[in-house]
Design a protein around this ligand. Structure first.
Ligand code: DX5
Ligand code: ZN
Length: 229
């Protein structure tokens, strides 16, 4: 099953409970974008928001760290109740493998994210180790950007590498509780218009911010994505 992960960056922060209940009712994951103003030229939100969401989230929280020195905060995200944690390959300073181990040792699913200018092949050495990969289909830092069309190929080549190693997991429910392979997530400019093609290219998790929360009817937007995949 392809999972839909609304990005809370586009939520209404004055009415966060309402938007969180929407995710609980209609979607599969909470995607939480953590930005530090250093790795990316924008600052989003941090632990107070993640911890508040944890109190009402009935769907798993998936935190996407766009920060330098991500290893410093891994344990803290685990304590906050995060189930999936991705770090950027570009921010890991050659210690991607070590940080994957650290994330897993804290009981979370470990993901490696890459911006659109990093060849997908850079992720191949981690196919046997990571629990998921996050292919950025825009440059990390802001919601509402235009989807980059070369993302389909990037997803397909990564998915091929995952399949070749016998690491793909079709049972996303089992994936949360067992060590049963590697999922591919796509993030940036995802909408009902490209969801079907992304799923066919091999994406298991679709992150969508503005196409959901800025839609006139967010539930209809999620349904439109589900019927396209
Ligand atoms: C961008 C973030 C995304 C963003 C997606 O750096 O990683 O998760 O919120 O927003 P949309 O769907 O509007 O492109
Ligand atoms: Zn994200």
């Amino acid at each position: 099953m392809t999972l839909i992960a609304p990005s809370m960056l586009s939520a209404d922060f004055l009415h966060l409970e309402k938007d969180a209940e929407f995710v609980n009712a209609e979607a599969d994951l909470f995607h939480l974008d953590i930005m530090d103003g250093s790795f990316v030229p924008n600052i989003s939100y941090g632990f107070p928001v993640v911890e508040a969401l944890a109190r009402i989230a009935r769907k798993p929280m998936d935190a996407h760290l766009m920060i330098v020195s991500p290893e410093k905060y891994v344990r803290r995200f685990a304590e906050a109740g995060v189930r999936m944690l991705s770090i950027h390959y570009e921010a890991a300073g050659g210690r991607t493998g070590e940080i994957i181990d650290l994330i897993r040792s804290c009981g979370m699913k470990a993901g490696v994210a890459v911006n659109p200018d990093i060849p997908a092949e850079k992720l191949f050495p981690y196919v046997g180790k990571a629990d998921f990969f996050l292919i950025m289909s825009v440059f990390a830092g802001f919601g509402g950007q235009k989807f980059m069309e070369n993302s389909y190929e990037r997803i397909a080549s990564l998915r091929e590498a995952v399949d070749k190693e016998g690491r793909h997991c079709d049972d996303t429910e089992r994936w949360f509780t067992e060590d049963c392979g590697c999922l591919v997530e796509v993030d940036g400019g995802v909408s009902p218009a490209n969801a079907g093609r992304l799923a066919r290219a091999g994406a298991d998790i679709l992150v969508a911010g503005s196409s959901v929360f800025r839609a006139e009817d967010p539930a209809a937007a999620v349904r439109a994505m589900r019927s396209a995949i």
